[in-house]
Design a protein around this ligand. Structure first.
Ligand SMILES: C[S@@+](CC[C@H](N)C(=O)[O-])C[C@H]1O[C@@H](n2cnc3c(N)ncnc32)[C@H](O)[C@@H]1O
Length: 213
């Protein structure tokens, strides 16, 4: 399977370890690919995962190459979503599956910035869920399932915060976590992200689509 915008490779390694998937990750950021490959080596998952630099809009793979294309929170920076999903449909085998979890625009109010994917408004390309769903379908992919999972994501975040508060820990970061990637503004980016969702400005969706055989 192909993970587009694979980041540090966590989802790819999880799928390899729990589902036995063989995962190729592609990401625009060379350092992320290097770290992802190193983490796979350290966790003995290098035989099942590999990460290479590439642009989601110019996928460096032949037509009809993958059984599954997967994306997790990666299309927020991409303006030309029509081209993005056309590329996914191209590299999928007939009968293959596209699976995504993504962030969408909610009530149309402007986002509080910075967020993890954007510091300035012109860097963020969120669309509402119906638009995103329509874009995937118009690439020729057939919808199997489409769910708004915002409530589940918010509940998971609140449970994590309550656990940290119960353990008496300060609202600081564990040694390993997103702050290592997000840099100096990690705390404000993550707080803004949570506030945007709580205020209805962002929604989370999960979708499953098939490429007709
Ligand atoms: C929020 S991270 C998600 C990483 C990973 N999917 C995860 O859930 O852990 C978004 C990733 O998309 C990558 N990305 C953004 N634009 C891209 C593009 N045009 N082509 C490939 N990767 C891209 C970024 O480098 C980043 O690693």
């Amino acid at each position: 399977m192909l993970d587009v915008g694979s980041g540090l490779g966590g989802p790819a390694r999880f799928l390899a370890a729990t589902q036995g998937c063989d995962v190729t990750g592609v990401d625009l950021t060379p350092d992320f690919c290097a770290v992802a490959n190193e983490l796979s080596r350290l966790t003995k998952l290098s035989n099942h995962t590999r990460f290479q630099v590439g642009d989601a809009l110019e996928l460096p793979f032949p037509d009809a190459h993958f059984d599954v294309v997967w994306t997790m929170q990666m299309q927020m920076n991409i303006q030309d979503k029509r081209r993005l999903y056309a590329g996914f449909a191209r590299v999928l085998k007939p009968g293959g599956r596209f699976v995504c979890q993504d962030i969408c625009a909610g009530n149309g109010e402007p986002l509080e910035l910075p967020v993890p994917w954007a510091t300035r408004p012109e860097q963020s390309h969120l669309v509402d869920p119906e638009t995103l769903r329509g874009l995937v379908r118009s690439a020729g992919l057939r919808e199997v399932s489409w769910r708004d999972v915002t409530g589940e994501i918010v509940a998971a975040r609140k449970a994590q915060q309550a656990k940290a508060a119960g353990a008496g820990s300060q609202p600081t970061f564990a040694p390993l976590g997103m702050h290592l990637v997000l840099g100096d503004q990690a705390a404000v980016k993550m707080a803004n992200s949570a506030r945007n969702t709580d205020a209805g400005r962002t929604l989370f969706i999960q979708g499953v689509f098939d490429k007709p055989a």
